[in-house]
Design a protein around this ligand. Structure first.
Ligand code: DX5
Ligand code: ZN
Length: 211
């Protein structure tokens, strides 16, 4: 299982999380960017992210919870970024955003909120690398996992198999050893986690990796 570690934490400084990550089996650092518009909270500026991520060699998995993702792409493309994920709910022209991110040579993901029908991404599956299924409403870490998420993942997985495409499914929000296992059984490829991992970084990354 691939594991992407979110640095959103109320109790540990992001620098301190990042410094530890290179010595773990984490695959990516998950960067949660919030603008105070698409969601109520605000997180970091690009200069803060540059500083925080300078302590690690791990590639970044950038999750843009913002109203105008286009504005952010170039800044994040210039970091050690593997992929940029924008929210389906935030853009008018989904194809334009996909192509814009691809233009920077990055992998592209679309995130969908818990109340967005998974079928909205079906027309784009062949053109994107990741679907990020939100298992909480975006905005903060530490929220409980929404129970119908595995059913949503299963529907999406069936469609990916039907279309015979290579898109991976990632899931974000309330992921721990138990909810991670339910998502794996439904067909997920990558787990994003903050609060569960921060309880015991090295050990809990290994638990999720070995699910
Ligand atoms: C939620 C963020 C998540 C969050 C996950 O809006 O997108 O990445 O940090 O935190 P946990 O794992 O605590 O739910
Ligand atoms: Zn996230």
């Amino acid at each position: 299982m691939k594991v992407s570690v979110s640095i959103l934490s109320s109790s540990i400084k992001p620098q301190d999380i990042v410094k530890k990550l290179d010595k773990t089996n984490a695959n990516y650092i998950h960067i949660d960017i919030m603008d105070g518009k698409f969601v109520e909270n605000k997180t970091w500026t690009i200069s803060e992210i540059k500083k925080i991520t300078s302590y690690s060699q791990l590639p970044l998995d950038v999750h843009l919870m913002v109203d105008n993702p286009k504005k952010y792409i170039e800044d994040y493309a210039l970091l050690n970024t593997n992929d940029i994920i924008f929210h389906y709910e935030a853009v008018k022209d989904v194809n334009e955003m996909i192509n814009y991110i691809k233009g920077y040579g990055l992998k592209v993901g679309i995130a969908i909120n818990p109340d967005t029908d998974v079928s909205v991404v079906y027309p784009y599956l062949k053109d994107i690398d990741i679907v990020l299924v939100m298992s909480v409403f975006p905005g903060s870490s530490g929220q409980p996992f929404i129970d119908n998420t595995p059913d949503r993942i299963k529907m999406l997985k069936d469609e990916i198999i039907k279309q015979d495409v290579k898109t991976i499914i990632s899931v974000d929000g309330g992921i721990n050893d138990e909810t991670g296992l339910l998502c794996k059984e439904a067909g997920v490829d990558m787990l994003v986690s903050a609060s569960y991992i921060h309880k015991d970084i090295t050990n809990n990354i290994n638990v999720l990796k070995n699910i």
